[in-house]
Design a binder for this molecule. Structure first.
Ligand SMILES: [Zn+2]
Length: 454
């Protein structure tokens, strides 16, 4: 790094990159900043992003020299913001890419609860969690919102692994005091609440700068009303983020109606237990009514759209356009292992497929563009997790969370032709690229891929 590192008077170590940066803003789903120059200070924050004609002025102000600049190859290299996975189950990673022949509730019973139960073993947890965090980082996920399991110590191990590898994350110890179908995998009510408290205290005590706790009731069917209530009040009194699942499949919604007959819909179950806040992210929301979307908008609740999972488990098709029209925050989730891919690029492709399938049903349906889906995967995800002041795009003041994309790696899965415009090249990467093209990944200015020692 010596060639692009320089000491400026404040003692900060400034890094400067010159080339193409592609990102989203509130007003523009995809903005290509060609011939631009970006500076990252020693704290990992973006301190300037300007066009190259300002280079001399910037060099004087920030005290860098021509030889300190890392210049990207035009058309062959560009930066995108780090990808945000707003919903992923780290302990389901051993099942990823298999066990997708059943609908949600049967899939949970037959495949998912048994694999999660194995995480009482700390050694197995550490090995598996190291694999999943490396895999997601390698695929450009700089921020992830993880479900772990009911086991507090192995969930803390996941936090250690994430911190060690340098990812930004929310991590939740799963809470569930009901499980008639696989009874060895559940907690007592009092234990679920006290262990959540212990998890939050211990994680906070470790002072990891990028890894934060999130209160995680699994979903309405696996939590008693008392547990939901206590988790809601714990999250609110400690100003904590909350994650769960909502309205994923029709069978699940029918079961919810029977258990909570006094709630008018699935969202009302969470609302009555104080779990819908502006720090809440709910996965799926496939069958949310307009009334529920209005409630989400009013409360500031976000949705994690997990299109691969929704198709793989035959749960349904989420109408992201309708949620966005209701001004609900929407991010993308891989939902490993209901979704079979750990890659947010794959989540983007699946989201594009879903919006196109929905358009087949109605000729006036306004499909999401690939640019809008790119925004969901970056800025949208950061908004969904309440991190948009910190990450999500290349605005000055935010952390430098970024992926350096290289189109001409020797084993690249796509070709670039001289006639391709810069937009064509980006679109090819979005549809066909993979971790081989993501040659460097940065979180808060720190290079986290390639991995240390590799
Ligand atoms: Zn999930």
């Amino acid at each position: 790094m010596a060639s692009n590192t320089h000491s400026c008077p404040q003692g900060d170590s400034l890094r400067v990159f010159k080339g193409t940066f592609i990102h989203s803003t509130d007003t523009d789903p995809m903005k290509t900043l060609d011939l631009s120059i970006l500076g990252v200070n020693g704290l990992g924050k973006i301190v300037f992003i300007e066009t190259v004609d300002k280079e001399e002025e910037l060099a004087q102000k920030w005290h860098f020299r021509q030889e300190d600049i890392r210049e990207l190859h035009p058309r062959k290299e560009f930066f995108i913001p780090g990808l945000v996975d707003t919903h992923i189950h780290a302990p389901q990673y051993p099942n990823m890419g298999s066990c997708l022949d059943l609908p949600l509730l049967d899939w949970l019973t037959k495949y998912t609860f048994p694999v999660e139960a194995k995480f009482s073993n700390l050694k197995f947890a550490e090995e598996t969690y190291t694999k999943v965090v490396k895999r997601t980082l390698s695929n450009g996920t700089t921020t992830a919102c993880y479900f772990a399991t009911i086991h507090t110590d192995s969930t803390l191990k996941l936090c250690d692994v994430i911190n060690e590898l340098g990812q930004r994350a929310f991590v939740g110890k799963v809470c569930m005091d009901l499980n008639a179908v696989f009874p060895v995998y559940k907690e007592l009510l009092c234990e679920s609440v006290s262990e959540t408290g212990r998890f939050v205290t211990e994680l906070t005590g470790r002072k990891y700068p990028l890894v934060k706790p999130i209160v995680t009731p699994r979903f309405g069917l696996s939590c008693s009303s008392e547990l939901l209530q206590q988790l809601g009040s714990f999250a609110n009194s400690n100003n904590l983020h909350i994650q769960s699942h909502v309205s994923e499949s029709l069978e699940e919604i029918e079961a919810i109606k029977k258990i909570f007959p006094n709630c008018k819909n699935y969202s009302d179950v969470y609302d009555k237990h104080s779990l819908l806040t502006d720090k809440t992210v709910m996965a799926h929301g496939v069958y949310l009514s307009d009334e529920e979307l209005e409630l989400f908008q009013r409360k500031g609740v976000a949705i994690s759209h997990c299109p691969n999972s929704n198709t793989s488990l035959c749960s349904g098709l989420f109408d992201a356009r309708n949620a966005l029209n209701h001004k609900v925050k929407v991010g993308l989730g891989t939902d490993v292992s209901g979704g079979y891919s750990p890659s947010v690029l794959n989540a983007m492709r699946c989201a594009i497929d879903v919006t196109k399938i929905l358009s087949l049903k109605s000729s006036d349906y306004e499909k999401l563009s690939f640019q809008e889906v790119f925004r969901l995967a970056t800025l949208g995800g950061s908004q969904a997790l309440g991190l948009d002041k910190v990450t999500g795009n290349f605005e000055v003041g935010k952390d430098f969370d970024a992926v350096l994309v290289k189109t001409n790696v020797p084993d690249s899965p796509f070709e670039v032709f001289p006639s391709d415009s810069p937009q064509d090249i980006f679109e090819k990467f979005l549809y066909l690229g993979d971790d081989r093209n993501m040659v460097e990944v940065y979180v808060a200015g720190k290079k986290v891929k390639p991995f240390a020692g590799s």
